[in-house]
Design a binder for this molecule. Sequence first.
Ligand code: 5GP
Length: 189
Amino acid sequence: MKALKERILRDGKCFEGGILKVDNFINHQMDPILMKSMAVEFVRRFASTRINKVMTIEASGIAPAIMVGYLLELPVVFAKKKVPSTMENMLTTKVYSFTKDRTYDVCVSRDYLCPGDKVLFIDDFLANGNAAKGVIDLVKQAGAELVGMGFLIEKSFQHGGDYLREQGIHVESLAIIESLDNCEIRIKE
Ligand code: 5GP
């Protein structure tokens, strides 16, 4: 998606370990106009998919997911990173975060992820695919169906996308970063 690629090149910042910071328009300050355009693009790309629920993981996936849910007029459920003491009827899984170098529990209530749900997962980044694998596990535990996964930014050099596509999952990424070597952002045409 042209506008996103241009914005990444303009405002994205490279960090050691293959991390791209987009705090200027996605992860800290947010640009709602661009966020809306990205959601419109997801709606276009998943137009032939039957969806009844949008899912994400807190916190950074919530903004793009709610935009998609708003346009599709569908509920948006976010998996929580801390298991709340008051939440009953929970599904849980473990996710390793390479940006934070730790494993955390991710959970969602069976009240909001239900058998038969057709789930579109939306997140900000796809890197190694660990968050995505956690979501696949939660959706499976719920007896729901994962009908697609949409990412604002995929870092193809970390190969999570290869894994998901090999599983036959419909993956859409609005910008694909091929390399961050030497702190130079190389985006797929
Ligand atoms: P994965 O689980 O695919 O390895 O990583 C995806 C998650 O890690 C995303 O939800 C995102 O929050 C975070 N993440 C991975 N790579 C980056 C990155 O380069 N920049 C930022 N800001 N977050 C990232």
